[in-house]
Design a protein around this ligand. Structure first.
Ligand SMILES: [Fe+2]
Length: 264
């Protein structure tokens, strides 16, 4: 392998743990993303116009009822995804990390996801799963971006790669019927990601992951988006309808359009 020392280290970390957490180099892009969210919130809730971004996001449960939250979340995510610069900023945030772990000819999910977890709210939980269990390609990484500091149950958990061998054993057990049964079995082995605003996570979605009821006092805001190398196998999520190439290079463009000279 001709990777640099730095690249090797990052790749080893990803292979060993199934995730990496790193500081974001391009903080300006991150602030721009958070500002887009904050501006939408302030338009909906004008009485918050003088409050700090961090305070608004962490305490949104004091301003929006849990029932209204999903509509509110959808409105935000629709507006965000229709913003021209948003996906580019999202990519810029983790460009070096993704290029080192995934590749430099990338396909990016067309719509970035947004998760809002209010304290004690059970309406938007994601029980333990691996995306590959439902037919998603294992050649993908998820860039998980917190807009507030995330810790303990305000964050997400993942079964680290060095514990992944346990899953095949659990699948073979007779009394495993639900994701709750699986979670009970791996609960003591999962890692709760401690990620601050200003950091980003890249994780392997073929490892079991999920969340539980947020038992902390603050609301979690996080975004998620899949990336994959363009020329790796696709499964459930197809290029064109789910993914879009974002960094196709000249030689590949030539290769895709190449036609063997007709001899006649
Ligand atoms: Fe997932």
């Amino acid at each position: 392998m001709f990777l640099s020392k730095k690249e090797k280290k990052l790749n080893q970390e990803y292979l060993r743990n199934g995730f990496v957490i790193h500081n974001i180099e391009n903080i300006k892009s991150l602030d721009q993303i958070r500002d887009i969210v904050i501006n939408i919130i302030k338009k909906n809730l004008p009485n918050l116009k003088n409050e700090k971004s961090e305070k608004i996001l962490n305490n949104i449960h004091n301003f929006v009822e849990s029932k209204k939250l999903n509509n509110f979340r959808l409105e935000i995510i629709n507006k965000i995804n229709s913003n021209q610069n948003f996906r580019k900023n999202y990519f810029e945030i983790s460009k070096n990390l993704i290029e080192t772990i995934v590749g430099n000819e990338l396909a990016m999910q067309l719509r970035v996801g947004l998760s809002v977890q209010l304290p004690k709210d059970s309406s938007s939980l994601l029980s333990v799963h691996a995306d590959t269990w439902t037919g998603v390609s294992p050649y993908e990484s998820v860039v998980w971006l917190p807009l507030v500091n995330c810790y303990k149950t305000k964050s997400m958990y993942i079964l680290p790669a060095y514990k992944a061998f346990k899953i095949s054993k659990i699948f073979k057990e007779k009394n495993i019927r639900s994701s709750e049964d699986i979670y009970k079995k791996i609960k003591k082995d999962v890692v709760w990601l401690k990620v601050n605003y200003g950091q980003v996570v890249i994780f392997d979605h073929s490892l079991p992951h999920g969340n539980v009821i947020n038992n902390e006092k603050e609301t979690r805001w996080s975004m998620n988006c899949r990336f994959k190398s363009i020329f790796t196998p696709y499964a459930e999520k197809k290029i064109g309808e789910y993914y879009e190439p974002i960094t196709l290079r000249a030689a590949s463009k030539r290769g895709i359009t190449y036609k063997y000279p007709d001899e006649k």
